[in-house]
Design a protein around this ligand. Sequence first.
Ligand code: PHE
Ligand code: NA
Length: 452
Amino acid sequence: MSEQAQTARAHWSGRWAFFLVTVGSAVGLGNIWKFPYMTGSNGGSAFVLVYLCCILGIGVPLLMAESMLGRRGQGSPVGSMRVLADEAGATRLWQVIGYIGIVGAFLILSFYSVVAGWVLDYTWQAAEGFKALPKEAFAEAFGALLASPGRLIFWHTVFMAMSALVVLGGVTGGIERANKIMMPALFGILVFLVGYGAVAADLPAAWRFLFHFDPSAINRSVLFAAMGHAFFTLSLGMGAIITYGSYLERDVSIPRTGLAIAGADTLVALLAGLAIFSIVFAQGLEPAAGPGLILQTLPLAFSQMPGGHAVGLLFFVLVVFAAWTSAISLLEPGVSLLNERFDMGRKQAVVVLCSGVWLLGIAVALSFNDWSGFTLFGLGLFDFLDTLTTKIMMPLAGLLIALFAGWTMKRAHVFDEIRMGSRVFVLWYNVVRYLSPVAIVIIFLNVVGVIG
Ligand code: PHE
Ligand code: NA
């Protein structure tokens, strides 16, 4: 990286800032849209159990490792890996971690933005108020949205424009401020919805569905889906955490913030799950409804609850916001690479990247209707991109990060960044050296059918 870029690299103001933006990246559609529908489609508690184990054994340790790589590398995901590989006297091929991340983030954003578009469309509907209709009408309404290329592309375009605008504003200016109000508000409304579930819907059934201990329901596809989702929800392996880590002040404790971020992310997902399944079971809806689950469930509840008009609107606005801050973190790594490597100004980098994502997103939007006949490896474009990124690219990048941090970097350098009490350091270090990589490889092999 040039010296100029080094000195120009803005740092987050204050010790809370890294926490806030990283929570902003982590908490998003993954928690509120994806976690509930994945849980519903993968047998409930079996999925939740594996997911929680993956968060603890793979997600949290790698979140710390990635923050460390960013803070020590001080560059884009690619630039940071080059600096760190040089420092460790290792091959520069390790830069591949950065490239997988940036390509992966590009692909994720193309469908993430389309789903955020669904949420924008529902925000619009929520502003008018959801009419009290029979439950089938809500499933039909979601189907009608998917069948409309115009609506999908319009809202996808709005969302990409919103994201591009913030990233144009630069790191400290655009992203930091609003998180401080929006994240606690989102948390508050989820707690309110769980309360609604307790009073007016079936919270005990939701609790049983999520937490009933039943390891016999775990199978290959549950393992694979849960591991992928642990990466997705913590924004791992896509360069986002490396990039944000590079703006992190030296005196902030990586382990403490890492734990807090993962804790907040998990809590939001579990609250969303409890709220949604309370309604699903009370209304006799289908838990395995797929990607439309929350959009067929919550509007039904909003149409019935007292004050549902205001609550519904507030809820969707906050979800849009959560998706927005995550999308920003999917753009930032690519922008910093184009900036650092290809000498593009910020404006140019944002325009190039966002136009590419926007075009691919249009194909994703069309894959739900006009182009639905088009498949890759037997999957529609949306499922294909989701599987490729979440289940393959993210765990692969995670594996490489664990190997690099655990085996290639000098232990003294790792220790210097992580600096916890020495016992805890040894525990974390061994998890990153052995447990996380072995777990990722076992789950991979399991899926390929080599073992198990
Ligand atoms: N973690 C985000 C979510 O749960 C998605 C994301 C993935 C963001 C990867 C950045 C990088 O919605
Ligand atoms: Na998340």
